[in-house]
Design a protein around this ligand. Structure first.
Ligand code: NI
Length: 173
């Protein structure tokens, strides 16, 4: 396993639409292992392959608490059903470091996908799990949570992030 670099906004790669996986083989499993290690190292609860620069429809997640690991792997996820009722969470994203904002999403959804072994599965998710999978599935379409904010707020965040990118870290020696 290897820890990969997480791409941060602004970067056009994050706006790509990811491509479906034809077959879940060893290359895909290795990618999922690397993604999981990268996500854990960054203290995240979800990561899409495009966030490490690979435009494949693959997501890893782990929303378990208390140090009990429970990794989830989603290949080619499709939302089959979702609630009209919305739930609000304050969301962040490993590709939008240090910024958080409230986003409304369907409180419940059903997702069809292939798992780590390429087996067809259905996830019935609500609350945090539903929000997390929907946030990650947005990444597959090139959508970030800041796209749901007002233009003013989004512009401000992107501006601050690009400013940070252009300035090297200041050190005093
Ligand atoms: Ni994200």
């Amino acid at each position: 396993m290897a820890i990969k670099t997480i791409i941060t906004e602004p970067n056009e790669i994050l706006r790509q639409v990811s491509k479906p996986v034809i077959r879940v083989g060893n290359d895909e499993r290795k990618l999922m292992d690397d993604m999981l290690e990268t996500m854990y190292a960054a203290n995240g609860i979800g990561l899409a392959a495009i966030q490490i620069g690979i435009p494949k429809r693959i997501i890893v997640m782990d929303i378990s608490k208390d140090g009990n690991k429970n990794p989830l792997f989603f290949v080619n996820p499709i939302i089959k059903n979702k609630d009209k009722e919305k739930k609000t969470y304050e969301e962040g994203c490993l590709s939008v470091p240090n910024y958080f904002a409230e986003v409304d999403r369907p409180k419940y959804c059903e997702v069809e996908y292939l798992d780590y072994n390429g087996k067809n599965k259905i996830l019935k998710a609500d609350d945090l799990l539903a929000t997390c999978i929907q946030h990650e599935m947005d990444h597959l379409e090139g959508i970030l949570f800041i796209d749901y904010l007002s233009k003013l707020k989004k512009t401000m965040i992107v501006k601050k992030l690009s400013k940070k990118k252009n300035n090297p870290d200041r050190i005093i020696v």
